[in-house]
Design a protein around this ligand. Structure first.
Ligand code: SAM
Length: 250
């Protein structure tokens, strides 16, 4: 997968792209991330990328010409299908959308600053607008990093052991189960004994029950299409589930 990131601050990404899962995916060539600065597509002495908003008002707006030139230079190099603007006005990112985006061969992520980008960029260049939540950041870079982390995690080969993706929160609709590691007792708090006994089926059931418990307590809206086993486990922990959530009879 190739991701181009258009940003006025490429240095924000430099450390993040070198470390951990992302760093390894890039080193292995599974993921290619290319940073593009729209300032490199300006033609004036001050390398201007912003101007005052028409109609007045606070702040500055990123202008069309450098953003168009930068994106068009990428389109000339590759057949680019997805031009994504990070924006609080976009469709809110969730795991379903992340999964969809992980199927894309390439994408360019546009990070705005100031009051945002000239609307004609959205109207003409942009194919998708993504928000990472109902709050406002000072720039799209943190949001772009969220997209890169979440989307690349879904791409085959990026996370070494697929089981860790498969058991992530949201991957199968519900929250993840709690994790423990050594020591077995810490300040009087014990690791649940079932995890130390080596019975894989008992561990599977325990984890499923705890994932369902966490989801019931924190995000009951995610309890949909529950299997017979899920309903039994929820009953064991005293969770009452509305009939509308009991759709899956498997
Ligand atoms: N005036 C804009 C508005 O109210 O929609 C906000 C501009 S914000 C200060 C600057 C840029 O940060 C945005 O254009 C966008 O690229 C990015 N940004 C801010 N909040 C975001 C969010 N929740 N999701 C994605 N990008 C965001």
């Amino acid at each position: 997968m190739r991701i181009d990131i258009l940003t006025l601050f490429p240095e924000i990404f430099e450390a993040a792209l070198k470390i951990g899962v992302l760093g390894r995916a890039i080193a292995k060539g599974i993921l290619q991330v290319n940073l593009v600065n729209p300032r490199d597509f300006t033609h004036d002495r001050h390398r201007t990328v912003d101007d005052a908003p028409y109609g007045g008002g606070a702040g500055m707006v990123m202008t069309c010409p450098p953003v168009f030139e930068a994106v068009e230079s990428l389109i000339n190099q590759n057949s680019l299908e997805h031009v994504v603007l990070l924006s609080p006005r976009g469709r809110r990112l969730d795991q379903e959308r992340v999964r969809e985006m992980a199927g894309w061969k390439d994408m360019v992520l546009l990070c705005a600053r100031y009051e945002g980008m000239d609307e004609r960029i959205s109207q003409t260049l942009v194919t998708d607008e993504v928000s990472i939540g109902d709050y406002v950041l000072s720039g799209g870079e943190a949001a772009a990093l969220v997209v890169v982390e979440a989307v690349s995690r879904m791409a085959p080969g990026v996370v070494g052991n697929w089981e860790s993706v498969d058991t992530d929160s949201f991957y199968h609709g519900i929250l993840g189960y709690p994790q423990y590691t050594r020591p077995p007792v810490f300040r009087g708090k014990e690791v649940p004994p079932v995890l130390l006994e080596g019975n894989h089926e008992a561990i599977r059931i325990y984890r499923r029950r705890e994932a369902l418990r966490a989801t019931w307590l924190r995000r009951p809206d995610l309890l949909q299409n529950l299997s017979k086993e899920d309903l039994k486990l929820l009953a064991e922990i005293g969770a009452e589930i509305p009939p509308s959530h009991k759709e899956n009879s498997s």
